[in-house]
Design a protein around this ligand. Structure first.
Ligand code: ADP
Ligand code: MG
Length: 240
């Protein structure tokens, strides 16, 4: 589904991603972990071209993102991204948030978008909040709406950048449960997270980034039981 070849990204002289090559299969759930500043967010942002790679190639479902002829706006609709902060439209109700992009960008009818919105709200357990404004929701509820809003565009891949880092502890679980369900349903996903228990249980593959390098790529069982690098072992000692 995703092919990354020799990806590098520099900001000025700061080389933030160094020669990353990997592939992600359709339906694979990848947890991206690593210390702060290791390049996790930049890596994710390169995958939907919120950042332009300095060199290397990224091919998603046959579309070469690094080819200048690729229509990036069209392509981006196929990749959903959920951030630490929810970025809901505050002046719109939950339902209006959900139908905005499908009607504006995809040309879906209001009725169809509304029906789909209800389905998605049901999926994230928030059907009863359709007519509320975001300000009336808890952080966990806002994040679940943000996930539903991304799903409303029918993405082929979902990217999550620390989706629970801004939440109070009691709300983390409800959001992780939604993400986990999505993974079980076959969505291809990359999730930057500090929730090690979640990474261990919900991911097929762990990526460990350090200093812009993809230092380890292994199954959760292998990674958590016997990391291959000293660096990952030290990281795990600090976070477990
Ligand atoms: P992480 O998400 O793992 O904490 P980031 O990808 O956010 O790491 O950042 C990696 C490095 O890239 C950091 O040194 C950061 O300062 C730098 N960086 C990230 N975004 C930018 C930017 N837009 N301009 C300049 N430097 C950046
Ligand atoms: Mg980050």
């Amino acid at each position: 589904m995703i092919n990354v070849e020799h990806l590098t990204k520099s900001f000025g002289k700061n080389e933030v991603l160094r020669d990353i090559s990997t592939t992600v299969d359709r339906g694979e759930v990848v947890a991206v972990i690593g210390p702060s500043g290791s390049g996790k967010s930049t890596f994710l942002r390169c995958l939907n071209l919120l950042e332009t790679p300095t060199s290397g190639r990224i091919v998603v479902d046959g579309v070469d993102l690094t080819d200048r002829r690729t229509n990036i706006t069209q392509f981006r609709q196929r990749i959903g991204m959920v951030f630490q902060h929810f970025h809901l439209f505050p002046h719109m109700t939950v339902m209006e948030n959900l139908i905005f992009a499908p009607t504006r960008v995809k040309g879906m009818s209001r009725d169809e978008a509304h029906a789909k919105g209800l389905q998605l709200l049901e999926r994230v357990g928030l059907k009863h909040k359709a007519d509320d404004y975001p300000s009336k929701l808890s952080g966990g509820q806002k994040q679940r709406v943000a996930i539903a809003r991304s799903l409303a565009m029918d993405p082929d891949v979902m990217l999550f950048d620390e989706p629970t880092s801004a939440l109070d502890p009691e709300m983390v679980k409800e959001v992780l449960a939604v993400i986990r369900d999505l993974g079980s349903s076959g969505m291809t996903m990359l999730i930057v997270t500090h929730e090690m228990k979640f990474a261990r249980e919900a991911a097929d593959t762990i990526y460990f980034l350090d200093g812009g390098k993809l230092l380890e790529r292994s199954s959760p069982a292998d990674f958590f039981a016997q990391p291959q690098t000293e660096r990952a072992a030290r990281f795990l000692e600090q976070v477990l």
